[in-house]
Design a protein around this ligand. Sequence first.
Ligand SMILES: Nc1ncnc2c1ncn2[C@@H]1O[C@H](COP(=O)(O)OP(=O)(O)OP(=O)(O)O)[C@@H](O)[C@H]1O
Length: 240
Amino acid sequence: MTKATEGTMLSVRGLHVHLGESHVLQGVSFDVRAGGVTALLGRNGAGKTTTMRGLLGLVPRRGEVILDGEDISRLPTHEVVRRGIGYVPENREVFAGLTVQENLLLAERPGSPHHYDLVYELFPRLKERLKQRAGTMSGGEQQMLALARALLNDNRLLLIDEPSQGLAPYLVAELTEALARAAELVTIVLVEQNLRMVQRLARDAVVLDQGRVVWSGGAADLLGDGELTRQYLGVGVAKA
Ligand SMILES: Nc1ncnc2c1ncn2[C@@H]1O[C@H](COP(=O)(O)OP(=O)(O)OP(=O)(O)O)[C@@H](O)[C@H]1O
């Protein structure tokens, strides 16, 4: 992993995305500090997934995206990925018909070292199931495989969309600890509705509402303030 713990890993300025007739992102600007987890939060439909897809160039976008000092705003997706951004989408796009091992092999990015030791340390279950078809594994195991595919390569930044979605609490806890360990090695932008998970992992938080950033700052400051969480996220947060 390319470890960076100082400075700004990602700087987003005036990101606009139109999808169909909708002006979905209306000038999104935020910074992601190098190292640790920045949570990207907001109500349903706020534009979190679209922000990730915009950063990757998966949807047409306007604005400036600076990765570790380099302007990547006009690069096609495969070039963005080659710069060291990994993406774990919401619906865990693993190849259901392929084994765990084959899924990992296909994720290997040419020219990058492949961190199998790290992946097996974080997700020992995967090592035990290398020959199992991904589609026959539980949702939690498939999520681990999706994360493993991103962690395998030498990424600087991981964009992870709702990893806890649909998982049993004990699996969420397991996943949270794996992500905490991963965040020691790579900068993570995390979209997540499970605020306990956010509370455990995130140092910084950025809140979107209707395609704009409405709040950014320390995650503890946001989550510790019932008024703010009700206003921006529509929920209170139970004390950890
Ligand atoms: N292909 C599309 N065409 C038109 N509108 C879209 C398209 N995809 C998403 N949208 C709209 O863009 C807005 C933002 O969607 P997005 O998925 O980014 O939100 P989100 O914050 O990730 O929400 P969720 O938590 O529900 O996943 C929503 O109003 C959604 O309906």
